[in-house]
Ligand binder design. Sequence first.
Ligand code: DHE
Length: 581
Amino acid sequence: MKTEFTPTRAALLGGAALALALTAMPSGAQDHTEGAAQSYSPSLTTLAEINVEIPGRKPDDPVITDEEFQRAANIYFERCAGCHGVLRKGATGKPLTPDVTRDLGYDYVHSFITYGSPAGMPNWGSSGQLSEEDVDLMARYVLMEPPAPPEFGMPEMKNSWKVIVAPEDRPTSKQNDWDIENLMSVTLRDSGEIALIDGASYEIKTIIKTGYAVHISRISASGRYLFVIGRDAKVVMIDLWMETPAPVAEIKIGSEARSIETSKFEGWEDKLAIAGAYWPPQYVIMDGATLEPLKIVSTRGNVYDEQTYHPEPRVASILASHYKPEFIVNVKETGKILLVDYTDLKNLKTTEIEAERFLHDGGLDSTHRYFMVAANARNKIAVVDTKEGKLTALVDTEGQTPHPGRGANFIHPVFGPVWSTSHLGDDSVALIGTDPEHHPDQAWKLVDSFYALGGGSLFIKTHPNSDHLYVDATLNPDEETSAGVAVFKISEMTADADPEFTTLPIGEWAGIADGQPRVVQPEFNKDGTEVWFSVWNAKDKESAIVVVDDKTLELKKVIKDPRLITPTGKFNVFNTGKDIY
Ligand code: DHE
């Protein structure tokens, strides 16, 4: 069981050290100052590219030129919108609409931007991240009406939609000798590409251009089509059966997005795809063979508990149900989980589950019946029974800001089947019982919580064939900690003592001399015998992928190549498609 939080641990996670560490993060990672959780707030960099106009000047508006307004909007979308909302109506941060900011006044706002607040507002001015000139600009900007970025509906989607190779022109059988089930699709974040790497030979088979700041890859139920989404909301569909796999269709579904998935229910394999956007707040269901947009659904609506209107609830993770022809769509700001029945798009049936704010990432339990998602700002995991279509439980993880990725399922020697998450805001790992039939006393309860390497963890992973649980500490302020990974032996876990862990010096193994690379996202090969880690450095510096033998915990391979620019997420085709984690 978790012991008391010690001052050393608290210090390790605390503001100053973390602030320093975060300013040295790889490009693209956020550099807010108060904590790993804040540092991980979305940066709407694509929206920042959009031209905005001053929405009707008022006589008492502060003096601001059109150029200044545009520049302020860029800064706002990149640095502030993730917390305060695109329309400044508030999200995890406070509302910044003129009725609020004008009451506070220029001087107050200026000092707030300069010095931040203990509640989580970064000290943009005193940390030097914004110049004195920019602080003044931002203080004037937030006194004005916010500009509304453009919507992105069917005409815009259709304009961006391209079928590069029509379904009838695609191969009818696999044209390559690649072991596509053991391919790794690796996000090359800052080059806007993915690398397809062979799981056995570690050879980079091909590099494919995708969207800007690529985010995740998902795979169709048959294992043939790979879908990639970038932060610029561009979806690229790749056919793995082609002689050299390449894009066969693409579309943009908004200005900012993070999630993509495809239908997995029996009889619906490869039929549909779905992508969720941060802006505009909507999801779109597409044809699974061509990406033709079929149905766009807005997520604007009321927050689940307060029942007040939210103008921009972002779509976070999306999963496909294995139990019903449904997509599981997580709406961040309203705290609602939508079970979208895709059998009849004309008469769309959606089950709206009241869960918790602010929904982010999650995955299925080992039976694939239950969906577990982090309401990260509330330190809770919402559990949904995808068979019954109901909220099963809300479990407090007793940690700070759970961030599971898809989580890790394993059989605990005492508690039976559990699903686990690590945390951004502290170094704890939480285990939640997932077996109501054979372990009813443990089901949907926090059965254990223990410490891993350090706070700032983003991902946790195991595999049914592995006896190890891997936990990263990517955003930890301490250089050595963020370059390591904690490994727990599952079979040695007990009910009464914190499990010991081994630290793998992945960063050191990568042998990178320059920069401060961070180790991120363990991902298993198909058989669960090897685990891959990204050693994520700045865009202009060397990065690597380190492969570890799961049985011996010894280094097996360091994959280096000048083309491996900012590798982050890795997605094994088989494990991702089958939801094995
Ligand atoms: Fe992610 C998954 C959003 C920053 C790497 N990320 C997700 C998902 C969401 C999300 C909603 C779940 C998708 C799904 O399952 O459908 N991520 C966000 C953000 O809003 C945030 C915090 C800031 C931003 O501006 O985007 C953010 N994410 C990052 C990073 O900085 C990471 C570490 C590096 C990168 O490549 O950008 C990163 N996110 C990932 C990865 C996954 C992910 C690797 C998939 C994990 C998995 O195992 O499925």
